[in-house]
Design a protein around this ligand. Structure first.
Ligand SMILES: Cc1cc2nc3c(=O)[nH]c(=O)nc-3n(C[C@H](O)[C@H](O)[C@H](O)COP(=O)(O)O)c2cc1C
Length: 212
């Protein structure tokens, strides 16, 4: 990896001015998500989620944002996974999006909580059968002895639910992240990027510009 310290890109696609950025950060995020979708309609909703582990280290991984409402961002996972356990201990999380082609990043901090069982059911029921089986078969984040062990679990679950609908396991569902801050980053030439931050103060979104 000899070129790590020489590879360079100048960002010049767009700009983010106070004049054009939307007043409400949820609207701004919706706009950027739909523009990202136009460029590539797969994984444009992928976001890096960071939680804090019991030793105090942040732990990051990608999850898919499945809904963006006025309240927050929803993703689905196994509630007993590492991330699920970490959120139950400390609900303060951060997420970030990166859209390479658009030279854009969004960072969000917020508080995560479980969505209702009914809302999780509705999403779970919309998934392909194989994904439903997978949710039951995978004790997400637990150590397993082999790929075979996982495959055996799948076979057992398939048998268990043969000729029936696969219900949502109680240990699987959605979290909603209610944002406390957003930062929108647009790459600009010579590293003089645009950064607009929105902080929630007494139910109002205050916007400020940050040095790049
Ligand atoms: C593109 C992409 C999308 C993913 N989406 C999800 C998701 O929506 N939910 C999920 O639980 N894991 C998702 N994963 C897997 C997670 O990154 C992670 O491996 C898994 O959730 C276990 O994380 P944990 O052990 O920290 O809990 C995705 C991974 C990638 C690369």
């Amino acid at each position: 990896m000899k070129d790590l310290n020489t590879v360079r890109k100048d960002y010049s696609n767009d700009q983010l001015s106070e004049e054009h950025a939307l007043e409400n950060p949820f609207d701004q995020l919706k706009t950027w998500l739909s523009e990202a979708k136009e460029v590539d309609d797969t994984d444009y909703n992928a976001m890096t989620l960071s939680t804090i582990n019991p030793e105090g280290y942040p732990q990051s991984r990608i999850v898919l944002c499945r809904e963006l409402s006025e309240r927050g961002l929803v993703f689905y996972t196994n509630y007993n996974s590492s991330k699920g356990a970490q959120i139950s201990q400390n609900p303060m999380v951060s997420v970030s999006f990166f859209w390479k082609e658009l030279e854009r990043q969004v960072r969000i901090t917020g508080k995560a909580s479980k969505i209702s069982a009914e809302a999780s059911d509705a999403y779970f029921n919309s998934r392909p059968r194989a994904s439903k089986i997978g949710a039951w078969a995978s004790e997400q984040s637990a150590e397993i002895s082999s790929r075979e062990e996982l495959q055996n679990q799948v076979t057992q679950i398939e048998k268990r639910f043969e000729n029936q609908e696969v219900p949502r396991p109680e240990f699987w569902g959605g979290f909603i992240i209610e944002p406390q801050s957003f930062e929108f980053w647009q790459g600009r030439p010579s590293r003089l990027h645009d950064r607009l931050r929105y902080n929630l103060v007494q139910n109002e979104w205050n916007r400020s510009r940050l040095a790049p």
